[in-house]
Design a protein around this ligand. Structure first.
Ligand SMILES: Cc1cc2nc3c(=O)[nH]c(=O)nc-3n(C[C@H](O)[C@H](O)[C@H](O)COP(=O)(O)OP(=O)(O)OC[C@H]3O[C@@H](n4cnc5c(N)ncnc54)[C@H](O)[C@@H]3O)c2cc1C
Length: 391
């Protein structure tokens, strides 16, 4: 099998890259190890930055997002019994975010790809990437019980944190990593959100987040110990703890409803440098992970593939590989800003078991600064609504 761009992984990065290339007239084949139902129902991110919304719309994959997505103009910070709303448009010159689940983004992109007959092979597991430095890198993969080879002009590893593509990079590649001594216990519940915008709560008992997937489905998270088993928590215990950490001094109430899913997400920061080796490139979680506090993971994946599609089109149109040569540096600049912001927001709101009373007071001082100083609040609002995709 032959193609111009071999894409490993049908998460948001791989699916959107295939769409952008298709729109530009560049052929690709997408290999995905899981089946379609798994990819379409895997619960993950839910906040789309303004730039991501614009890209999906321009790519012809935004119609349902425009109908069903919820525009959010702010978030609420809760700490020390206080509530403070961060008003995004007022602080950023009109920017906002959209609540639209990653599952729905993937469903929309898969539907468009299959309608157009673009090759997207489910249950096709890439086993290895070979000959990265040659003109024809190859992917060995297994599909429908037999092994095959995909010959490409370029291979793009959109295969997430546990993918195989990083394996072809030389040992001189650098990895920067931090793991956190806590995790998120997340629930999905069939109940209308108790607040119309996301609520980020810093509490002495630990962090809590009230979020949503739709007007009738809530997504809520609790900071828990890193080794927590989701089954250790009854639904009632989760609601009780959410109530404690989200409590306010006024008459606000947390509505409870049937829990339909419960899972634990580890917290990790990770960057693999560089993101290109010969004719093999990395995009999305294959190259970098952020803790989910800043809602940056999916948006960074979008930023990478926009940069990459532009570079591939530039080479096709001009014969110059200059944008491919700078692909890694261009993306890493944005990636490190997202790493910084995600780290800052995480350490601002979570309780580290090693924290002293001094650290707790510092957190409150940082929150006080953000909520009382327009410059500090603007910095948060600009980062949350997103860094420019062309920077
Ligand atoms: C449990 C969890 C919860 C998250 N919650 C949030 C959140 O609340 N907010 C947020 O912003 N971000 C969140 N994220 C991060 C966000 O979902 C990711 O950043 C985003 O999915 C990145 O997209 P991607 O396409 O790069 O990778 P992925 O979505 O991981 O897609 C990679 C794809 O590659 C496939 N694949 C892997 N290996 C192979 C192989 N050998 N051959 C073929 N296919 C392969 C995988 O099956 C997968 O479909 C979460 C991540 C996880 C894991």
């Amino acid at each position: 099998m032959r193609t111009t761009v071999g894409i490993i992984g049908a998460g948001p990065a791989g699916l959107l890259l295939a769409r952008l290339l298709h729109n530009a007239g560049i052929d690709s084949v997408v290999l995905e190890s899981r089946d379609r139902a798994y990819v379409e129902h895997r619960q993950r991110a839910g906040i789309l930055e303004q730039g991501t919304v614009d890209v999906l719309r321009a790519a012809g994959a935004g119609a349902r997002m425009d109908r069903e997505g919820l525009r959010h103009d702010g978030i609420e910070l809760r700490f020390a019994g206080r509530r403070h709303r961060v008003d995004f448009p007022a602080l950023t010159g009109g920017r906002s975010v959209t609540v639209y689940a990653q599952t729905e983004v993937c469903k929309d992109l898969i539907a468009r790809r299959l309608e157009e007959g673009g090759p997207l092979l489910f249950e096709a597991e890439a086993l290895a990437v070979e000959d990265a430095e040659s003109q024809r890198p190859r992917v060995r993969f297994r599909h429908a019980g037999r092994q095959d080879v995909l010959e490409c002009a370029y291979v793009v590893g959109c295969d997430g944190f546990r993918g195989v593509t990083r394996g072809v990079f030389p040992t001189s590649s650098r990895v920067y990593e931090r793991t956190y001594p806590y995790a998120w216990l997340g629930i999905l519940a069939d109940v209308a959100p108790s607040h119309d915008e996301l609520v980020y709560a810093r509490h002495d008992r630990g962090f809590a987040l009230l979020s949503m997937r739709s007007p009738s489905v809530s997504r809520l998270y609790l900071q828990v110990a890193a080794d927590t088993d989701a089954d250790d928590w009854t639904d009632e215990a989760v609601w009780d703890e959410l109530e404690r950490r989200l409590e306010t001094g006024d008459d606000w109430r947390l509505e409870r409803g049937p829990v339909t899913q419960k899972s634990v997400t580890p917290m990790r920061s990770y960057v693999h440098e560089p993101m290109r080796h010969g004719r093999v490139l990395l995009a999305g979680d294959a190259a970098h992970i952020v803790p989910p506090t800043g809602a940056k993971g999916l948006n960074l994946a979008v930023g990478d593939v926009v940069t990459l599609a532009r570079a591939l089109v530039h080479e096709r149109d001009t014969g110059s590989s200059e944008l491919l040569e700078t692909y890694s540096a261009t993306c890493l600049r944005r990636v490190w800003q997202a790493e910084r912001f995600s780290y800052d927001l995480t350490t601002l709101l979570h309780r580290d078991p090693a924290d002293t009373p001094f650290d707790a007071r510092l957190q409150l001082a940082r929150l006080d600064r953000i909520t009382s100083h327009r410059g500090a609040e603007t910095d948060l609002a600009e980062a949350y609504t997103g860094f420019p995709l062309d920077a």
